[in-house]
Design a protein around this ligand. Structure first.
Ligand code: ADP
Ligand code: MG
Length: 466
C-alpha cells in the first residue's frame, strides 16, 4: 500500500474515533460504515459514502459536528469537503468485516484505539418494559388528560383517538405511558401486534434497510402492526427521508384504523423542521400534554414507589424530598433510589440530616440568582439545535428568529437583564428591537399554549441539575 492510502486511512480513523465517542453505537455504525477518504491534501478532502442518504446527512450534520471538528485539529487549512457516492472502497476500514454481528477493530493509528463493537441495527423493535403499566402510573393534575386518553386508546385501539400525541418535558412519564398502552393492549388483545420504537431507532432501521436493499421488508413490517408506538418523535426533525417514510407508514396504518401513538418533548407546532403535511397528520387526533407535577403528586409518586420497598421511609422524609425535588419524576425516583441504597447499606433508616446530605447535589440546584447569560444561551442553542453564532448573529431566517426572540425573553424574565444589556449581548442591536421581540413572545404566551409549553420546558432545562 502506498503512503497516501495509509494516511487517508489514519485520517479517517481519527474521525471515526470521534464519531464513536459522540454517537450511540447503532447510530455510529449506521452512518459511518462503508465510508472512507479517497483523496486528501492540505486544503481539500474527498470522502466516499455508500449512498446519497448518507451524503445528505453528513453534509447537514456530521460534517459540521464531527468531521470538520476533527480535521480542524490535524488539517487547519482544510476548506473543501466533497463526497463521492457509491463505488468500491479502496482500503480496509474497521467496518470491513461486516456483517458479522460483533467485530473488533485493529488499531491503525499508533495510539491504541478502543474496542468498537458494531451491533446490527436489525429488526428488533424494543421490548416493552413490564414495569411500565397503568397500575404503576400515578395520576395527578399534570398528567390526567394524557393518562385518560392513553387508557381510552388501550381499551379500544384505533377507534377513540387516533393518533394520540403526548408531549411534555423530560422525565415526566411519556415513555411510561406509551409502554403502558402497549402492555395493556397485549393484555386485552393478545393477538394484536404492538410495536414500540424510538424515533431514532426507526431512523436507523430505515437507513439500514436502504443499505441492505430491504426497504420493502421494512415497509411491510411497519405496515403490518396493529398499534405503533413511536417515542421521542422530535427526533424526526431535519430527517427528510425518515419523515417521508414515516408519512407513508402513518397513512397506511391510519387508513386501516390501526392505532398510532406518538410521544415528544414538545408539541408538533414547536418542531419547526417537521414537514407541514406530517405535522398536520399529528394534529388530526388528540394532543395531550404532561406538565411538571405539583407537590401532592410528587408525594404520591414517592409513596407509590415505597410499596414494594424493603425499607419504609417515614413521611417526614418523603415530604422533604417532594418539597425539594420539583422538576420531574425521574429525578424524584433517582433521589429515592439514593436514599434507599444508603439505608440498605447502613441497615438503618436515614435521618433527615443524612437525607439532606445525600441529596446535597440536588438540593443546591442553581436558583434564579445563579443563572448566567451563557447558561441561557447554551440552553436555547441546544434546545433548538442552532449554533451560538447564528443565535447571536444578524441573519433573520425563520429557523433562527423565534429561538432568538425566546432567548431575549428568557434573558429578560429569568435574569432581569436590562434591554440595553440584552441588546449588547446580541451584537449591538437597537434596544427597541429587543423590546419588540420580548413583547412578541410575551403576547404569544397569552394566546398560545404551545409557546407556554416550550418556555416551560426551557425553564426546566435551565434549572435542571445533571
Ligand atoms: P419521559 O419519557 O417523559 O422522559 P419516563 O416515562 O421515562 O419519562 O419517566 C421517567 C421515570 O419516572 C420512569 O421511571 C417512570 O416510571 C417514572 N414516572 C413518570 N411518571 C410517573 C407517574 N405518573 N407515576 C409513576 N411513575 C412515573
Ligand atoms: Mg422518554
Amino acid at each position: 500500500m502506498d503512503n497516501l492510502v495509509v494516511d487517508n486511512k489514519k485520517l479517517w480513523q481519527g474521525v471515526l474515533g470521534e464519531a464513536e465517542i459522540a454517537l450511540s453505537k447503532a447510530t455510529f455504525s449506521t452512518w459511518f460504515k462503508d465510508t472512507e477518504i479517497i483523496t486528501s491534501d492540505s486544503t481539500s478532502i474527498v470522502i466516499r459514502v455508500p449512498n446519497t442518504f448518507v451524503k445528505e446527512w453528513f453534509e447537514k450534520k456530521y460534517e459540521k459536528d464531527i468531521i470538520r471538528k476533527h480535521f480542524n485539529k490535524v488539517l487547519p487549512a482544510l476548506n473543501k469537503i466533497d463526497y463521492v457516492v457509491g463505488g468500491k472502497k479502496q482500503s480496509e476500514t474497521i467496518f470491513d468485516q461486516h456483517p458479522p454481528k460483533k467485530i473488533e477493530t485493529r488499531p491503525i493509528a499508533s495510539k491504541p484505539v478502543s474496542k468498537i463493537t458494531i451491533r446490527e441495527t436489525g429488526d428488533t423493535p424494543e421490548r416493552l418494559n413490564p414495569r411500565y403499566t397503568f397500575d404503576s402510573f400515578v395520576i395527578g393534575e399534570s398528567n390526567h388528560l394524557a393518562q385518560a386518553a392513553s387508557e381510552a386508546v388501550a381499551k379500544s385501539p384505533g377507534i377513540t383517538y387516533n393518533p394520540l400525541f403526548i408531549y411534555g418535558g423530560v422525565g415526566l412519564g411519556k415513555t411510561h405511558l406509551l409502554q403502558a398502552v402497549g402492555n395493556q393492549i397485549l393484555n386485552l388483545y393478545p393477538k394484536k401486534k404492538v410495536v414500540y420504537i424510538t424515533c431514532e431507532k426507526f431512523t436507523n432501521e430505515l437507513v439500514d434497510a436502504i443499505f441492505k436493499r430491504t426497504t420493502r421488508e421494512f415497509k411491510e413490517k411497519y405496515r403490518r402492526v396493529d398499534c405503533l408506538l413511536v417515542d421521542d418523535i422530535q427526533f424526526l426533525e431535519n430527517k427528510e427521508s425518515t419523515q417521508e417514510e414515516f408519512f407513508h407508514t402513518f397513512n397506511a396504518l391510519y387508513e386501516n384504523n390501526k392505532q398510532i401513538i406518538l410521544a415528544s418533548d414538545r408539541p408538533p407546532k414547536a418542531i419547526p423542521a417537521l414537514e407541514a403535511r406530517l405535522r398536520s397528520r399529528f394534529e388530526w387526533g388528540m394532543i395531550a400534554d404532561i406538565s411538571a407535577p405539583n407537590f401532592e403528586m410528587r408525594l404520591a409518586v414517592l409513596k407509590s414507589k415505597m410499596v414494594n420497598s424493603q425499607i419504609q421511609l417515614p413521611d417526614e422524609i418523603l415530604v422533604a424530598v417532594a418539597q425539594k425535588i420539583q422538576n420531574n419524576i425521574r429525578e424524584l425516583e433517582g433521589a429515592l433510589t439514593r436514599i434507599l441504597a444508603f439505608g440498605q447499606l447502613n441497615n438503618t433508616i436515614p435521618t433527615l440530616e443524612e437525607v439532606e446530605g445525600l441529596l446535597g447535589g440536588i438540593l443546591t440546584s442553581p436558583g434564579k440568582r445563579f443563572l448566567k447569560t451563557s447558561d441561557v444561551i447554551k440552553t436555547v442553542c441546544k434546545f433548538y439545535e442552532v449554533r451560538k453564532e447564528e443565535l447571536l448573529g444578524k441573519r433573520r431566517n425563520k429557523e433562527i428568529v423565534v429561538p432568538r426572540q425566546i432567548l431575549i425573553f428568557l434573558l429578560r424574565e429569568e435574569l432581569d437583564m436590562a434591554y440595553t444589556a440584552i441588546a449588547r449581548e446580541l451584537g449591538g442591536k437597537d434596544h427597541t428591537t429587543i423590546i419588540h421581540n420580548y413583547k412578541k413572545i410575551k403576547n404569544l404566551l397569552l394566546e398560545n399554549n404551545d409557546m407556554e409549553m416550550e418556555i416551560k420546558s426551557l425553564r426546566e432545562k435551565l434549572y435542571a441539575v445533571d
